[in-house]
Design a protein around this ligand. Structure first.
Ligand SMILES: [Mg+2]
Length: 222
């Protein structure tokens, strides 16, 4: 069965690209036809380049990231500055076409779930339009419980029911780290809440068995 998995987050810079790249490598290692895209980039295309590397350079950058804007602002504003406007229909068409080319489509959002991507829509509307699944990425630190609950509550109802949460370990965990995982598991069920170990290298060339197991759990259909 084809799957479309959106990787969103509680904020910008929380580890969406790292996780999307890891999931891409893992799925490819399992032999699953996978495509990882980041439709919108603003302020640089590093994220799309990381996803390209995770796909061993086999996918042209334009097919990973059709829209990039110079201004380091949310895509709606960055596009306005460039005198451009990408409609929701265009964005959905791009994703539908990408989905036809693979078994698992991973879509990295830009910013957080409600960061405006274009006039009248954010990642939420794209998830709804494609009836996609969602993974919510959040750094495992004080504040995570509130942030994760806010994002999950803002997902379209279909995606809300089976959303998974990826708590990204930080270099220096605070006192909340262990209990965040437990309490979120109480709210959402232990099968939906997963921790991802802290990684020195954002794109490790090899995935350890421990990390691989975590990634497989995150990918397990709910
Ligand atoms: Mg990113």
């Amino acid at each position: 069965m084809n799957r479309t998995i959106f990787v969103t987050g509680t904020d910008t810079g929380v580890g969406k690209t790292v996780l999307t790249a890891l999931l891409t490598r893992r799925l490819r290692a399992h032999g699953r036809p996978t495509l990882a895209v980041k439709p919108f980039c603003s302020g640089g295309r590093e994220d799309a380049e990381a996803l390209s590397a995770a796909q061993d350079g086999e996918v042209p950058l334009a097919a990973i990231n059709p829209w990039s804007f110079r201004a380091p602002l949310t895509p709606l504003l960055a596009a306005r500055r460039a005198g451009q406007s990408i409609s929701q229909t265009e964005a959905l068409d791009f994703l539908r076409q990408a989905r036809r080319q693979c078994e698992v489509l991973l879509v990295e959002g830009a910013g957080g779930l409600l960061s405006p991507l274009g006039e009248g829509y954010s990642l939420r509307e794209l998830i709804r339009g494609l009836r996609g699944e969602a993974i919510v990425v959040c750094p495992n630190r004080l504040g995570a419980i509130n942030q994760v609950r806010l994002v999950v509550a803002s997902l379209p109802p279909g995606a809300q029911k089976n959303a998974r949460i990826a708590l990204m370990a930080t270099a220096q965990p605070d006192h909340s780290a262990a209990s965040n995982l437990r309490l979120l598991a109480e709210f959402f069920g232990p099968e939906r809440v997963h921790s991802v170990p802290w990684l020195r290298d954002v794109a490790p060339p090899t995935i350890t068995p421990h990390l691989g197991h975590r990634l497989d759990s995150l990918l397990r259909p709910q």
